[in-house]
Design a binder for this molecule. Structure first.
Ligand SMILES: Nc1ncnc2c1ncn2[C@@H]1O[C@H](COP(=O)(O)OP(=O)(O)O)[C@@H](O)[C@H]1O
Ligand SMILES: Nc1ccn([C@@H]2O[C@H](COP(=O)(O)OP(=O)(O)O)[C@@H](O)[C@H]2O)c(=O)n1
Length: 228
């Protein structure tokens, strides 16, 4: 199925939600199905976190986070739905940014207002240049980065299900994975509200949906929007 808009204008699908709700994997699959680009905004926060830790810094120290923002000029964030590549200061960090070490430190970057503003400038430029469309996912895409998106989705799932999914990906101690996920959501949700749908945002609860059903639900919303 092709998702191209008949007017030639790029279609923007925005997806927010808590950790483990399926945002990146579902958004990527939706993008593939629609023939769109894919933007995982969390990757930018994770890449900055990687760099700060690499340099021996602490993401809870705001001046350190602010001092790292110049490195955003070197951030490479591809928008290929087949697989996003992430590099910063010439280091390919595509794999390394997915570790629990990075997940455990990323909220410090996310709560720094100057960091949010700097990455949002990049995200908006990527979205503005998208063709024929883009699926962008994160925590504040439907509300701050692209509040005018054609399709706005809050992707949720019960916490126990999200922990189980994340545990399936990272392994280790399930209780610890759960505690870390809950702590990160608690910290992140003090900065942006991704637990309640803003006006005009459709909630897709994937708790009882298979992966394919979740993808289909969002593809359907995008198709309906284009036929309005
Ligand atoms: N509806 C679903 N049913 C089953 N597994 C899912 C579903 N949605 C996502 N997953 C799986 O859950 C895991 C976490 O998804 P991920 O995309 O990393 O979430 P997020 O980006 O929101 O943290 C992945 O292994 C993904 O394949
Ligand atoms: N739009 C966004 C995207 C991510 N983030 C931050 O970046 C972190 C990593 O995002 P992510 O989407 O990779 O996280 P997961 O949901 O995949 O675990 C989040 O925990 C937030 O701290 C954000 O604040 N705003």
């Amino acid at each position: 199925m092709s998702g191209a808009d008949t007017s030639g204008r790029a279609v923007v699908v925005a997806i927010d939600g808590p950790a483990g709700s399926g945002k990146s994997s579902v958004a990527r699959a939706v993008a593939r199905e629609l023939g769109f680009q894919f933007l995982d905004t969390g990757a930018a926060y994770r890449a900055l976190t990687w760099l700060i830790l690499e340099q021996g810094g602490d993401t809870d120290d705001e001046p350190t986070v602010i001092g790292s923002l110049g490195a955003l000029d070197s951030l490479e964030l591809t928008v290929d739905a087949a697989g996003q590549r992430v590099a910063i200061q010439g280091h390919d960090v595509t794999e390394d940014i997915r570790t629990e070490r990075i997940s455990g430190a990323v909220s410090g970057v996310a709560r720094t207002a100057a960091a949010r503003e700097a990455v949002n400038v990049r995200f908006r430029a990527i979205i503005a240049a998208a063709a024929p469309g883009i699926v962008a996912e994160g925590r504040d895409i439907t509300t701050v980065v692209a509040p005018d998106a054609d399709v706005r989705v809050l992707l949720t799932a019960d916490e126990a299900v999200r922990v189980r999914r994340r545990f399936g990906d990272v392994g280790g101690d399930e209780l610890q994975v759960g505690a870390r996920l809950a702590a990160r959501d608690a910290s992140d949700s003090r900065v942006v509200d991704f637990l309640n749908a803003a006006d005009g945002v459709t909630v897709v609860d994937s708790t009882h949906l298979t992966f394919d059903e979740t993808v289909d639900a969002i593809v359907r919303l995008a198709s309906e929007e284009q036929h309005d």
